[in-house]
Design a protein around this ligand. Structure first.
Ligand code: ATP
Ligand code: MG
Length: 328
């Protein structure tokens, strides 16, 4: 019997161990919505090439990211997880979609513009410009209705919607117009105060960091520059650590806010409380991570199973696409 549930499709690039920004911005929604929706999760191993042509560890990085997902609570029985590179329909649909979007539209994409700036990229490759076109293929191949992502990805979902609309108008309806789904922390700031916690900016707390590491990182975190000494009054609204408390100490926000404003709560104590709470949030993930790290064969079987299930869906959609386009 065919499932009546709506579909989720969302993915991540395997560019190293995941950080808490990935978790609070996207992964948490994947986990929370996996009963209500039919979830498909993609390891975007082709998308890695847009910023790192030289990686010699894409496969191992993919396995490591899968371990992060499983340790965080994604259930492989209900949510297939698979690599983009292993299902050739992604590249096929990408090629077709590249005919349905203008170069001008892609050049206006703010997400690629930000990446080019952050990574000091001088010569933008064609594949980088086409990043959201491949992403549209990733989503629409599985007819994703909902795409839980961080805020930086919203422009890409808009391009996906435009491509779906264009295809449906041109050839007949095959695709839904997917909606982005944001969490309350859709853009978690980095430890240096930068607007986005990001691997490439080196300002992250990893889901695999132990207690000591988190403490050391928190000690260096940016706070209100006007609060120099313990008794100085502070401004929580400009403090990075306060923004982390909102997520990791949700039940004590009024006390922390009042203590900071009056000066009674010093930054050192405030940071230690924050680091303890982040650690207790991460600790069950670390435990599960240990299990999967020592059962890598199980992880590889989970991937093979996810890829077999995803492939069936992808092939069925491509069959529909070819029929609508009269490709025979
Ligand atoms: P990084 O720059 O750390 O490698 P990324 O943005 O390249 O991260 P992606 O694989 O593109 O990582 O994104 C994975 C998902 O995590 C996306 O939905 C993205 O929006 C989300 N995400 C990444 N960083 C953050 C953040 N700091 N706050 C909220 N969501 C985030
Ligand atoms: Mg990444």
């Amino acid at each position: 019997m065919e499932s009546k549930k709506k579909r989720i499709l969302s993915g991540m690039r395997p560019t190293g161990k995941l950080h808490i920004g990935h978790y609070v911005g996207a992964l948490e929604n994947w986990i929370n919505l996996q009963q209500e929706y039919e979830n498909y999760h993609l390891i975007a191993d082709y998308h890695v090439l847009t910023t790192n042509l030289n990686s010699d560890s894409i496969y191992q990085d993919s396995i490591d990211m899968l371990i992060d997902w499983l340790a965080s609570g994604l259930d492989p029985v209900i949510s297939p997880m698979f690599r983009q590179s292993q299902i050739k329909e992604h590249t096929e649909l990408h090629l077709i979609f590249s005919m349905l979007v203008t170069v001008n539209r892609l050049e206006r994409n703010p997400t690629v513009k930000d990446q080019v700036r952050d990574l000091n990229i001088e010569n933008v490759i064609y594949g980088h410009l086409g990043y959201p076109v491949l992403q549209a293929a990733d989503i629409l191949l599985y007819k994703g209705d909902l795409v839980p992502v961080g805020e930086d990805q919203v422009p890409h979902i808009e391009i996906t919607r435009e491509i779906a609309r264009k295809f449906n108008n041109q050839y007949g309806v095959v695709f839904p117009e997917p909606e982005p789904k944001l969490t309350a922390f859709a853009r978690l700031s980095g430890l240096d105060g930068d607007a986005k916690m990001s691997k490439s900016l080196g300002n992250t707390i990893l889901l695999s960091d132990d207690e000591e590491t988190i403490k050391t990182k928190l000690k260096k975190a940016k706070t209100d520059p006007q609060k120099m000494r313990k008794n100085d009054p502070g401004r929580p609204e400009v403090c990075l650590v306060f923004s982390y408390h909102k997520k990791f100490t949700p039940n004590e926000i009024p006390e922390i806010e009042a203590g900071c404003r009056s000066g009674a709560l010093g930054c050192v104590d405030c940071k230690m409380k924050c680091s303890a709470n982040i650690s207790s949030f991460i600790s069950p993930i670390l435990e599960k991570r240990k299990y999967y790290e020592s059962h890598q064969d199980e992880v590889k079987n989970i991937l093979a199973d996810g890829e077999a299930r995803a492939k069936k869906v992808a092939q069925a959609t491509m069959q529909e696409v070819r029929e609508k386009m009269k490709l025979g």
